[in-house]
Design a protein around this ligand. Structure first.
Ligand SMILES: *Cc1c(COP(=O)(O)O)cnc(C)c1O
Length: 381
């Protein structure tokens, strides 16, 4: 026999790993710097690493207390009830839970293009149909209610990524509110804040809770992860914060114990280690500013731990940078064949990446930054 018709389903294309690239090129892994997957250049919180080690001897038990404790800690962090926190196997797991809770076969899901591939993948697993709204390069990928509403057609789920991967743009909360207001009562707006810690913006949790002058509402959910600012991508831990009215749905849709004992213990330690997050965010901000100043090509303003760079030919540039030891993300699979995405590294890694990129642009004859040419800047105005 065969699996069901999977012709509409596509494999997730992750950023390339050091081991994989080194093996392919027949080189030593230590020759490479990986800035392709928006991972934390400082590694995990040291406290989380200790917690994982200490938990090793008790992994024979299913996670129960740790799951409850982490749920409470996250609820405290956001001042919501425990029932509103849906822990999951990564932010991706939380995306699945929201689909399970909302989608009936044939419902449509509206996702950004360019955008994060897993929204559509999850929609298709759950027998939903995927539709797209465009974030336009000409408009610097600006996000507002209008850009989404132009494409909206009664979809059951609408994904907003803020800060957006791979462009780094954000949607102001007032615009998210307008979007939620102007979509049907039965449309859930999911605000994916996987990079929320890196942005100078408040969380959309203010919208569900009716804080900061917003009216409380039951049609917005927020997604967060421990993979980026907390440096725990390898343990797989994320969560959704859902409206109060959704309280009893979690028990009906979650995969039992999907947030593992190791993940929950690591998360509990990491959430208390504010210093590590602050250091991580500071490094990312410095790296973003440095990339914008120093790269000889257009770099979009970003509120994430990465920057999108207009290089003309992403495949050629990414390949040549890889030859020279820097692994970046070719954004062709996001629908941006002219762009690469560079994760903010340590100061040293970022400087090395920028120097390498500038050399590659020069060698390939690809510089595109008008800002370096005063005449072009005048012509632009
Ligand atoms: C990284 C990321 C996530 C979640 O990743 P997990 O590792 O599954 O937590 C969600 N959305 C976006 C846009 C991301 O970039």
């Amino acid at each position: 026999m065969q699996p069901r018709d999977l012709s509409d389903h596509v494999a997730y294309e992750a950023g390339r790993g050091i081991e994989e690239v080194a093996r392919e090129l027949g080189r030593d892994p230590s020759e490479f710097v990986k800035l392709a997957s928006n991972e934390n250049p400082h590694g995990p919180s040291p406290a989380a690493a200790v917690a994982i080690r200490e938990t090793a001897s008790s992994v024979s038990s299913y996670p129960k207390a740790a799951h409850a404790d982490l749920t409470s800690a996250v609820a405290d962090r956001w001042d919501v009830t425990d029932e509103q926190v849906w822990l999951a196997n990564g932010g991706d797991g939380a995306i699945d839970y929201l689909h399970r809770a909302v989608i009936e076969p044939g419902d449509t899901v509206l996702v950004p293009s360019p955008g994060f591939a897993y929204y559509g993948m999850s929609s298709r697993y759950h027998h939903g149909d995927v539709r797209e709204y465009e974030l336009s390069k000409d408009d610097d990928f600006a996000q507002n209610a209008e850009t989404v509403l132009e494409a909206y057609n009664g979809d059951r789920l609408v994904f907003v990524t803020s800060p957006h991967n791979p462009t780094g743009s954000t949607m102001p909360l007032a615009e998210v509110e307008r979007l939620a207001d102007e979509t049907d009562d039965e449309t859930l707006v999911v605000v994916d804040e996987a990079y929320g810690e890196f942005a100078d913006r408040d969380s959309a949790i203010a919208l569900l809770e009716g804080r900061d002058g917003f009216d409380a509402r039951d049609d917005v959910a927020v997604l967060r992860t421990f993979s980026k600012a907390y440096g725990l991508a390898g343990v797989r831990l994320g969560y959704a914060v859902v409206p109060d009215e959704w309280a009893d749905a979690y028990a009906r849709v979650n995969t039992p114990f999907a947030a593992s004992e190791l993940a929950c213990r690591a998360g509990l330690a990491a959430i208390d280690d504010e210093e590590h997050v602050e250091r991580t965010v500071e490094t990312a901000r410095d790296a973003r500013a440095y990339m914008r100043e120093q790269i000889d090509s257009h770099v979009w303003e970003s509120e994430g731990n990465f920057a999108l760079v207009d290089v003309g030919d992403a495949a050629a540039v990414a390949e040549e940078m890889q030859e020279r030891g820097i692994i970046v993300r070719d954004c062709s699979s996001f629908g941006l064949p002219g762009c690469i995405r560079i994760t903010c590294g340590t100061e040293e890694e970022t400087e090395q990446a920028v120097a390498t990129l500038n050399d590659v642009l020069d060698d390939l004859g690809l510089e595109t930054d008008e800002a370096d040419d005063p005449d072009a800047e005048v012509a632009d105005q």
